[in-house]
Design a protein around this ligand. Sequence first.
Ligand SMILES: Cc1cc2nc3c(=O)[nH]c(=O)nc-3n(C[C@H](O)[C@H](O)[C@H](O)COP(=O)(O)OP(=O)(O)OC[C@H]3O[C@@H](n4cnc5c(N)ncnc54)[C@H](O)[C@@H]3O)c2cc1C
Length: 282
Amino acid sequence: MKSGKVNYHSVQSIDEAISLNQTHEGNAKYMAGGQSLMPMMSLRLIFSEEVIDVSKIPDLNKSFSTKGRFFIGAAVTHAMIEDGKVEDTTKGYLQYVAQGIAYRGIRNKGTIGGSIVNADPAADWPTALLALGASVMIKDTTKEIETPIGEFQCGLMQTSLKETDLVKGVLVPELSKEVKWSYVKFCHKAGEFAHSIAAIVIDPSLGLFNAALGAAGDKPVLLSRLSTYLSSADIKNANLDKELNELLATDLLENTFHLPSSYEFNLHRSIVKKAVMEALKK
Ligand SMILES: Cc1cc2nc3c(=O)[nH]c(=O)nc-3n(C[C@H](O)[C@H](O)[C@H](O)COP(=O)(O)OP(=O)(O)OC[C@H]3O[C@@H](n4cnc5c(N)ncnc54)[C@H](O)[C@@H]3O)c2cc1C
């Protein structure tokens, strides 16, 4: 299928993008890599006659350290992160996540900003960034707003963005040498969206003890009981497997719609346990 007729605009600055969108009363769509937007327009799941290409805006292609955190511009592609063209202050975590997204052709065009705005619960960046405790930098008509990623994604393919708001980039922590992380994604075949994702980030010096689960509901979630447990978990603990089963029985019941006897419940529990074991072994 092909999309309906669209007017394509390429812009060179954030302000130009926002003011152009204002002239269309917020009905224009920003486009970064077009890897989700274009298929959705072709399938008539999104309607817009105006597309504003933001991928060439210099401010959205920057990445730099800022006050102990690292900014990654919204138009940075998955491939740039995979190839190490963006400094990885997360000790390989971001690079590992990037190389597992879809196929190289999609990674060449798809962007970190486009992925989080698309807000697919089975996409990689939303879960990976939640475990990192990342924030989203949003530019509205007058100011910049920092929003924790967990508040940014409100539901199934829904974000807190208002009509003309533009995502400028994400802020991720600069992890310490002691960090233990893992990222486990279950797909039936390579390159497809995940059926379950578990991301673990344990960095005691930053007070980060996060276990995130994706592809299990409307949006990725932090598993609160497991996250607390990770601050004290010991790989040599003979009861680790039993303790994880008990914690996850509650965490998964509270955060998914799946019954304990279901295939999905057991899949998520296995993937999360695998991720915990991998992280603790580091
Ligand atoms: C076959 C296929 C397989 C895929 N597999 C995976 C996978 O395994 N894992 C995964 O995570 N993803 C996967 N994807 C999605 C892919 O990663 C996309 O690149 C990503 O979801 C969207 O990025 P984009 O830059 O192409 O955004 P676009 O398609 O350009 O835009 C997506 C949405 O974000 C909005 N937008 C874009 N940039 C901004 C901005 N700066 N500010 C505000 N709004 C903005 C657009 O208006 C649109 O609503 C797959 C896609 C395809 C086609």
